[in-house]
Design a protein around this ligand. Structure first.
Ligand code: SF4
Length: 376
């Protein structure tokens, strides 16, 4: 590997490349790197990616179904939700079924169901939409309901999270998106999303799911009011959960899309809210995610709706090995002003992967290979 004129960087990357775990402080120091050092960090992350998963880059054929945008949580970074009575929408069970039918026709292996915290819905609706998907597409994997939705559902139902998870699993739930994590730091959450579940509650729902054999993804939304130390602590927490449960399938950094959000347009007095991230910063966050999570989480996903296909492709050379999904009907990022559309075709995804000299492979939600181009 290239040596730098920065002895601290050399030492930390040396640890990574020897397979040693780096500390939270060392992760924060990598996240503070600037200029050409970022490319050296990316190179080390790319090497660990190669050793961990080889040259395969995966994607999943999935369809997003955001079944309601009515929500009472008022997270400052969200431009998707609408308060009750203000003209939002809620899909009927029959409409969700039609979406699942469309997903099946499109060749999807996964339907991703997520929505706002809508007080008009109770547990019966959530169970019914899972059953409706399975009715029309029994082989489709249901990836659904953030830890926030699960906790709100259980509380409204008056049952434990564990009971709620059992009921959802019986209705067809296969795995849970690890969204609603944002930054797992209660100081940040009090400003960014004060009504949302706390760090401890997020961790508790995720661990409960893992203990029941329900895998989840893990996410981190970065580039708003947090700093590099918060990001490193978030990665450290995700790493420690994974060591205990082994239930995370992948880690997905999600850059903040600021344009239409309340916290950016009308920040509380004195609060500095960033206009999202820079490209080099995105590359660095994905690379450091690979380095800090090495030995714990094998798959690092880059989100094309957040970064756009071209920058997402560059992150494939900075530690990432998964390009996420086709989505077909993405609404949450596009509502916030993300300009990369609601869908990316399988051909486009494969071209991005081939463009970095790697091997495209369609996977299912839990990383079983469905279809792979021959290695070349
Ligand atoms: S991020 Fe989710 S919980 Fe927060 S306001 Fe938006 S829809 Fe509601």
């Amino acid at each position: 590997m290239v040596r730098t004129d920065n002895s601290s960087l050399d030492r930390i990357l040396g640890k990574c490349l020897k397979g040693q775990e780096i500390t939270c402080e060392e992760g924060a120091s990598l996240l503070q790197a600037r200029g050409l050092d970022v490319w050296i960090i990316a190179q080390a992350a790319d090497e660990l990616r190669r050793r961990t998963v080889g040259d395969r880059v995966t994607y999943v054929k999935n369809r997003n179904v955001n079944f309601t945008n009515v929500c009472t949580m008022q997270c400052g970074f969200c431009a998707f939700s609408v308060l009750p009575g203000r003209g939002g929408y809620t899909m009927s069970v029959e409409q969700v079924k039609e979406e699942a039918s469309t997903a099946k026709k499109q060749g999807c292996t996964e339907v991703c169901l997520q929505g706002g915290i809508n007080p008009a819905l109770d547990y019966r609706y959530y169970l019914d939409i899972c059953k409706a998907v399975k009715d029309v597409a029994p082989d489709i994997h249901i990836h659904a309901f953030s830890p926030m939705e699960i906790k709100a559902m259980a509380d409204k139902w008056g049952v434990s999270v564990e009971y709620c998870l059992d009921a959802l699993k019986d209705a067809g739930l296969g795995s849970i998106p690890g969204t609603a994590a944002e930054i797992l730091d209660d100081g940040i959450r009090r400003v960014l999303c004060p009504k949302k579940i706390s760090t401890g509650e997020w961790v508790s729902v995720v661990k409960a799911a893992h203990k029941k054999g329900i895998p989840t993804t893990a996410t981190m939304m970065y580039g708003h009011i947090e700093d590099e130390t918060h990001r490193a602590r978030h990665l450290d927490l995700i790493r420690s959960i994974q060591k205990e449960t082994g239930g995370f399938t992948e880690f997905i950094p999600l850059s903040f899309i600021h344009y239409n959000t309340r916290i950016y347009r009308h920040p509380p007095d004195g609060l500095a809210v960033r206009q999202g991230t820079t490209g080099l910063e995105d590359i660095k966050v994905h690379a450091v995610s690979r380095l800090m999570l090495a030995g714990a989480i094998d798959h690092i996903q880059v989100s094309w709706p957040k970064l756009g296909p071209k920058l997402a492709q560059m992150c494939l050379d900075a530690g990432c090995d998964d390009l996420g999904g086709t989505l077909f009907s993405e609404k949450i990022t596009s509502s916030a002003g993300g300009g990369w559309g609601q869908s990316l075709s399988e051909t486009d995804i494969r071209d991005l992967i081939l463009g970095v000299g790697r091997v495209p492979a369609e996977r299912d939600t839990i990383y079983r290979i469905v279809d792979e181009l021959e290695a070349f």
